[in-house]
Design a protein around this ligand. Sequence first.
Ligand code: NAD
Length: 484
Amino acid sequence: MSDFRNFINGQWVATGNTFDDRDPVDNRLIGRVHEAGDAEVDAAVRAAKAALRGPWAQLKTQQRVELLHAVADGIIRRFDDFVDAEIADTGKPYDLASHLDIPRGAANFKIFADLIRNVPNETFDLETPDNGHALNYGVRVPRGVIGVICPWNLPLLLMTWKVGPALACGNTVVVKPSEDTPGTATLLGEVMNEVGVPPGVYNVVHGRGPGSAGEKLTRHPLVDGITFTGETRTGEAIMQAAAVGVRPVSFELGGKNAGIVFADADFDKAVAGIARAAFDNTGQVCLGTERVYVQRPIFERFVAALGERARSFKLGRPKDPGVNLGPLISQRHRDKVLSYYSRAREEGATVVAGGGVPDMPDDLAAGAWVQPTVWTGLPESSAVIQQEIFGPCCHIAPFDTEEEAVALANATFYGLAASVWTGNVGTAHRMGQALEVGICWINSWFLRDLRTAFGGAKQSGIGREGGVHSLEFYTELRNVCVKL
Ligand code: NAD
């Protein structure tokens, strides 16, 4: 059984206070997590503050870049350990963890390290009234100690998406992983020590949100900025904490993303794409699609095809051959998802596929399993269509015109992502510009170029991360004005 300790100033710190880490596949106890209290959170933040003035700060950019490459290589060297830790915490299929979570977790260090080496700063020459000149130039300096609060759905990937650029820019971090997924953030501490990242640069405190390590970290006055991925309502609480001391935030929040399929789309590709968007990672992807709108001429055929896909998944243990869907993250989350399944039935939805709990073999019966589910026939006002469920499910509704599709897709306070499927280039561009989202995919989904801006519109986020956009949050841009 694993013993997940806090990682503070390069040391492993136990506390008297532990909580259980369970495998969602069968609800087996797999570890004990040492919850950080006031003293540990304070020690982690102070270690991060001190590290800003230690050997880390003395590194030349090129040395920092090399060190971050070494971190990425260290993750790859221990690839199997990372995959096993991610699988144990989440129950996700081996294929997904080994092709997405862990490789991207490593890549996040390299991409931002390389970026920092190449990014230019602005300069402006100003003509002055005395016929002279002044040269203005920007200098990017680290923001300081960054509090990193992470969710459980793509634990290493989303955490390094923040830690990679934060460290590349010369900051130090205190990470609070989700209480449901302590594994890979802890393992990364070992890699940091193995490759020689100075103590205090990367710290991990474990615990929950309110009244626990999450809230303590966001309220700590020596934290200079907070980057958070998680639910919109949690974002509100963190924003209130960050208001004290006027600390900046970068938020990647919830979504209720639309998939829009026009009759002129490549039908098979659209079905395959929407199936991925609705069911991948058991529907626990912020960019996933829970609202599908299909143009009327192909509506019935599309519903039948997506229902077929939903029924074709093989649920089971992450490493069992052919398994392509895991459980939900926890019993608690399963209760939430199943409450929407009940609600859909009560409101008169047609259940095209799934709708309940699958029959699993005895050894898996205690796991957090739900059936991949497709509904039709609900009114747009239904909570099932308006609220983020974060499960392997979607509702499909018909539309007639492009204008109607835009209106339906935009009728939510979320604005994270959309995917549009069409064979018409004009429709593609018009939709790309009309949808109120941070990311609009055309004839694809989750096709990520890490140099591009990533983030949500409306209540799906604040700010953009990715490529040079990450620099806006992870650095202060200082202007130096030299009178010549
Ligand atoms: P969550 O908001 O419940 O928890 C996220 C993290 O915040 C956890 O580490 C939790 O312990 C911590 N936390 C909770 N309350 C806190 C508080 N008051 N102060 C400080 N920390 C607190 O989210 P979750 O259930 O872990 O993740 C699922 C959510 O994340 C979904 O809404 C999903 O859409 C969103 N998400 C968004 C993106 C994106 O890029 N926009 C990516 C992945 C997940």
